[in-house]
Design a binder for this molecule. Structure first.
Ligand code: NAP
Ligand code: GDD
Length: 330
């Protein structure tokens, strides 16, 4: 039985990856940071199948212990301060967690189990003010946020450990990927949650920032398979994972609102609070290397993804509203 250590298992990708590896028969160790209120929402359904280890990305001793306990064949570093907008008000925290702590993870692996295969969650946000359309593995980086800058560090330190210590370290340059488990502050989920609330009469407007930004949005469940595939190859390498399509926030609104029979222009309000100090205007990835070498391809289209998210949010918001009504009557 193979074993895997996942840092960031409570997040969107960590939860899908854990499901995927459990299905493949892996022993899955999940590293989570201690919090006063436990946050198992995304992994509640598989919580008992996971071996839990307490650790924080900023604490090397805890990472060394996590690698020692799990003795992993594969290590997936998905943990990060992952919200771009939060990286301006908290640039140092973002640098400590999203950049420097990648070295902590790599050091823990190098010291305790240098033969383990390592995956680093790199990001299309590194392309920022894009130097080439579409973006591929060789496109130069031009990050536009403290988060993007931090991810560039994480990417290069992963490449550096591969080249310096002969470690099997891969960097997956993943374009935006979403799901019903996406955090509520990210634009897709903010929209699908807003659509559900508006449709159910619980909200009458949705406040957003730049509607012209374009992203290459895929389904997280498809993308975790690519992470695993990277670690099954004969040689470590870096890969772009994307859908090769781009859509604006405006198109996202059209798809989500029209699905429930509404017109987004009746509800969306532009709020400068959500406009970023520097924007990434357009992302679209060329993932031909991953298609060819990994045999990876996306299964869920953009429209299917957004409709899936709206459906799940309608169910959840309806259940919450019913519960509140029962509580109010009791
Ligand atoms: P996410 O939902 O925000 O999950 C982030 C995870 O990191 C959570 O489990 C979080 O734990 C954990 N974490 C944060 N700080 C930590 C710390 N100091 N120590 C230990 N764990 C910590 O992110 P995601 O969407 O799943 O993305 C996974 C990774 O891929 C991230 O590195 C992200 O930057 C990168 N990425 C994401 C996308 C995308 O579109 N989703 C695209 C490219 C790259 P808590 O639950 O305790 O907060
Ligand atoms: N979050 C948010 N909220 N974004 C908005 C809003 C709003 O109210 N209004 C417009 N947007 C625009 C943002 O300005 C951005 O251009 C786009 O919607 C997408 O924003 P997010 O969903 O927050 O994602 P992101 O592209 O900044 O970052 C995500 O993808 C990266 C990969 O490219 C995150 O998952 C990162 O962790 C990931 O690395």
């Amino acid at each position: 039985m193979k074993s895997a250590l996942i840092a960031g298992i409570t997040g969107q990708d960590g939860s899908y990856l854990a499901e995927f590896l459990l299905d493949k028969g892996y022993k899955v160790y999940g590293m989570r940071r201690r919090t006063s209120t436990p946050n198992y929402e995304n992994v509640q359904h598989i919580k008992d199948q996971i071996e839990w280890i307490s650790g924080d990305l900023t604490d090397l001793a805890s990472l060394i212990e996590a690698v020692r306990i799990s003795d992993p064949d594969e290590v997936y570093n998905l943990a990060a301060q992952s919200y771009v907008a939060a990286s301006w008000p908290q640039p140092i925290l973002t640098g400590n967690i999203t950049a420097l702590s990648v070295t902590n993870m790599l050091e823990a692996v190098r010291i305790v189990k240098p033969t383990a295969r390592f995956y680093q969650a790199s990001s299309s946000e590194m392309f920022g003010k894009v130097m080439e359309i579409p973006q591929k593995e060789t496109t130069p980086f031009y990050p536009r946020s403290p988060y993007g800058v931090a991810k560039v560090y994480g990417h290069w330190i992963t490449v550096n450990y591969r080249e310096s210590f002969d470690m099997f370290a891969c960097s997956g340059i993943l374009f935006n990927h979403e799901s019903p488990r996406r955090g509520l502050e990210f634009v897709t989920r903010k929209v699908t949650d807003g659509v559900a609330r508006i449709k159910l009469g619980l909200q009458n407007e949705l406040r957003l920032g730049n509607l012209d930004a374009q992203r290459d949005w895929g389904f997280a469940g498809d993308y975790v398979k690519a992470m695993w595939l990277m670690l099954q190859q004969n040689e470590p390498d870096d890969y772009v994972i994307s859908t090769e399509e781009t859509h604006s926030v405006r198109e996202l609104l059209e798809v989500a609102f029209s699905y429930v029979g509404l017109n987004y222009t009746d509800y969306v309000v532009i709020d400068p609070k959500f406009v970023r100090p520097a924007e990434v205007d357009l992302l679209i990835g060329d993932c031909s290397k991953a298609k060819k070498k990994l045999g990876w391809k996306q299964e869920v289209s953009f429209v299917q993804l957004i409709r899936m998210m709206v459906d799940e949010d309608l169910k959840r918001v309806q259940a919450e509203a019913r519960y509140m009504n029962v509580m109010a009557l009791s």
